[in-house]
Write a protein that binds this ligand. Structure first.
Ligand code: COA
Length: 475
C-alpha cells in the first residue's frame, strides 16, 4: 500500500471514528436510556405526573356503572369532563338525599375528581359544543339506554369523522342478542349474570348481594377496556369501540359458579355442605349459603355478642395445611389423627359437625379476639366488619382507601378513594363538582370559545336550564 493510500485509509478511519463518536453521543441526550427506552424520571415519587395525565374523557355517564369507571380514570389522573343536562344533571344528584338541597352521597361518592359542564345535547348549539368536545377528547364514555347516544346524533360514524382517535366506551345491560335493547339496573344484571341464582341459602329464594357487582363491577371492567384501547392506540393511532355488558361483567365475577355447573356433570360438588347433609344435587349449580367458593371449606360462625350485634360473626376457613393448628386451638387435638377428620376428603361429609364444633369455640370470644388467636397460627379467618367499623378503621384512612372530602353544599363526607394503588401515581381524590360548576371554564379553556361566544352560548339556551326545569328530586 502506498503512503498516499495509507494516509487516505487512516483519514477515512478517523472520519468513521468521528461518525461513531457522533452517533455515540446521541443516546447521551436526556430523553433516552442506553436500552432505547425513555430515561426514568428523576423527580421524586408522585411528582412526575399521574398515570393518565393528559388523557381527556368526555364523560356522558350517569347513575352508577359509568360514573364508577370515569371516577377511577379521574383518580388515575385523567381530566374527566362530565356532561350533564342543564338544570337537572345526573339523576342521582337528587336521589336518596340525606341533606336537603345538597347533592346526594349517591352522586358525590361516584363523581369525585371530575369537572361538570351542562350541555343540552339536543339543542343545535349544544350539538356544536359537543362536536368540539369530541375533537378535543380521547375517550367518550356513556351508559345511556341502548340507542340514546345515536339519537343525540353521536353515532360512531359521526364521532370518527370528527376524531378518528376517539375511543367510544359503553356500558349496556346486555350484549348483542335477544335482550340488547333492554334497560338494565344493578339487580337485573345480578340476576341475569348468574349471581342471584347461586347466592343465598338452598332453602330460600335467590338473593342479590350488597356489593354492586353489576354496576360498579361493570364500570371496573370498562375502565380496563379503556386503558387497553388507549394503549393499543399508541400503535394504531386509531380509536375503537369498547363495550361492557353488565350481564357479562357479572358472569365474569361469578365464573366459579359456571365452573361448578360443569363439574356437576361428573358427580356431586363435594365441598358444598349440601353434599355432607346427603341432599342430592339438581341440574344447576345450587345456592351454597356461606360455603367457600374454593377448595378450602369455610363458613360464617357466631362470635361473642352475636345475640345483639348483627355483625358479631367471623368467616372461618378450615385450610388443610393448618388443620392440626385448628384442632389444637379449638380443643379437639384428637381430630388430628381420627381417620374421620384427619384428611380433607374425610372431613367433607362432616363439615356441619366441624363448623358447629368450631363455633362453640368462636362464641366464647369477640371476632377480633378470634382473629388474633387464629392469625398467630396462620389460620385464615375474617371478621364480618360493619360499614360503621369500616368507616372508622384508621388503616383504611391511612392508605387513602377511605377519604374524607369537603363539599360546599354538604360539608365533610366520606368517599372510597382509589382501591388500586400505583406507586408513582398517587390518587388525587377531590370532591364531586356542583352541577355545571366548570361550564364556562371548559368552554373557554378547553374549547377555546371567546368571551363574546360564551355570552352568545349562554343566551342560546344550550347550557342553561329551561325556564321551568324538570324536578330532579326522586325517591
Ligand atoms: N341533554 C339532553 N338530553 C340528555 C342529556 C343531555 N345532556 N343527557 C341525557 N339525555 C337524554 C338522553 O338523550 C335520553 O333521551 P332519549 O331517550 O329521548 O334519547 C334520556 O336523557 C334518558 O336516557 P336513558 O339512558 O334512557 O335514561 P333512563 O333514566 O331512562 O334509563 C338506565 C336509565 C340506567 C336504565 C339506562 O340508561 C340504561 O339501561 N343504561 C345502560 C345500562 C346501565 O348502565 N345501567 C346501570 C345504571 S347504574
Amino acid at each position: 500500500m502506498t503512503t498516499r493510500k495509507k494516509t487516505a485509509k487512516a483519514k477515512s478511519k478517523a472520519a468513521a471514528k468521528k461518525v461513531v463518536k457522533l452517533k455515540r453521543k446521541k443516546p447521551a441526550a436526556k430523553t433516552a436510556a442506553s436500552n432505547g427506552h425513555p430515561r426514568p424520571s428523576s423527580r421524586p415519587w408522585g411528582q412526575a405526573g399521574r398515570a393518565l395525565e393528559g388523557v381527556k374523557i368526555l364523560d356522558f355517564t350517569h347513575v352508577q356503572s359509568g360514573p364508577t369507571c370515569t371516577q377511577l380514570l379521574a383518580y388515575m389522573g385523567a381530566d374527566v369532563i362530565k356532561v350533564e343536562r342543564p338544570g337537572i344533571g345526573d339523576i342521582t344528584r337528587g336521589q336518596l338525599r340525606d341533606v336537603k338541597g345538597a347533592d346526594s352521597l349517591y352522586f358525590t361518592m361516584l363523581n369525585g375528581s371530575k369537572r361538570s359542564i351542562t350541555i343540552d345535547s339536543k339543542h343545535a348549539k349544544g350539538k356544536e359544543i359537543l362536536d368540539r368536545l369530541v375533537k378535543k377528547c380521547d375517550v367518550l364514555v356513556e351508559n345511556f339506554a341502548p340507542g340514546a347516544l345515536d339519537r343525540m346524533g353521536l353515532t360512531w360514524e359521526h364521532i370518527h369523522q370528527l376524531n378518528p382517535r376517539m375511543i367510544v366506551a359503553s356500558v349496556k345491560g346486555f350484549g348483542p342478542g335477544p335482550y340488547e335493547d333492554c334497560k338494565v339496573y344493578e339487580n337485573v344484571a345480578q340476576c341475569a349474570g348468574g349471581s342471584a341464582s347461586t347466592t343465598g341459602f338452598r332453602d330460600g329464594p335467590p338473593l342479590v348481594t350488597g356489593a354492586q357487582i353489576g354496576d360498579s363491577g361493570t364500570g371496573l371492567h370498562l375502565a380496563l377496556g379503556i386503558v387497553s384501547a388507549l394503549y393499543q392506540r399508541i400503535r394504531t393511532g386509531r380509536g375503537q369501540k369498547v363495550l361492557c355488558a353488565m350481564q357479562d361483567g357479572v358472569l365474569n365475577l361469578a365464573r366459579v359458579k359456571l365452573r361448578d355447573q360443569q363439574r356437576l356433570a361428573h358427580g356431586p360438588l363435594t365441598e358444598y355442605s349440601q353434599f355432607g347433609e346427603g341432599i342430592p344435587f339438581g341440574k344447576a349449580t345450587p345456592r351454597a349459603g356461606n360455603d367457600s367458593g374454593g377448595g378450602q371449606p369455610g363458613w360464617i360462625l357466631k362470635c361473642k355478642g352475636w345475640e345483639s350485634d348483627p355483625d358479631a360473626y367471623i368467616y372461618f376457613i378450615t385450610q388443610a395445611p393448618v388443620w392440626g393448628a385448628i384442632c389444637d386451638v379449638i380443643g379437639k387435638p384428637e381430630w388430628k389423627t381420627d381417620p374421620d377428620y384427619a384428611t380433607p376428603p374425610a372431613r367433607l361429609p362432616r363439615l356441619r359437625t366441624i363448623f358447629d364444633t368450631i363455633e362453640q369455640w368462636t362464641k366464647t370470644m369477640t371476632k377480633f379476639e378470634v382473629m388474633e388467636i387464629c392469625n398467630k397460627h396462620d389460620i385464615p379467618v375474617g371478621p364480618i366488619l360493619s360499614m360503621k367499623e369500616i368507616a372508622e378503621e384508621p388503616s383504611l384512612r391511612a392508605t387513602g382507601t377511605v377519604v374524607e372530602v369537603d363539599h360546599p353544599g354538604r360539608g365533610k363526607y366520606l368517599t372510597v378513594g382509589n382501591p388500586i394503588k400505583l406507586s408513582d401515581s398517587p390518587a388525587d381524590v377531590r370532591r364531586s363538582p356542583l352541577l355545571g360548576e366548570h361550564t364556562e371554564e371548559i368552554l373557554r379553556k378547553v374549547l377555546g370559545y371567546s368571551e363574546k361566544e360564551v355570552a352568545g352560548i349562554k343566551l342560546s339556551g344550550a347550557i342553561t336550564a329551561p325556564d321551568k326545569p324538570a324536578k330532579a328530586e326522586a325517591a
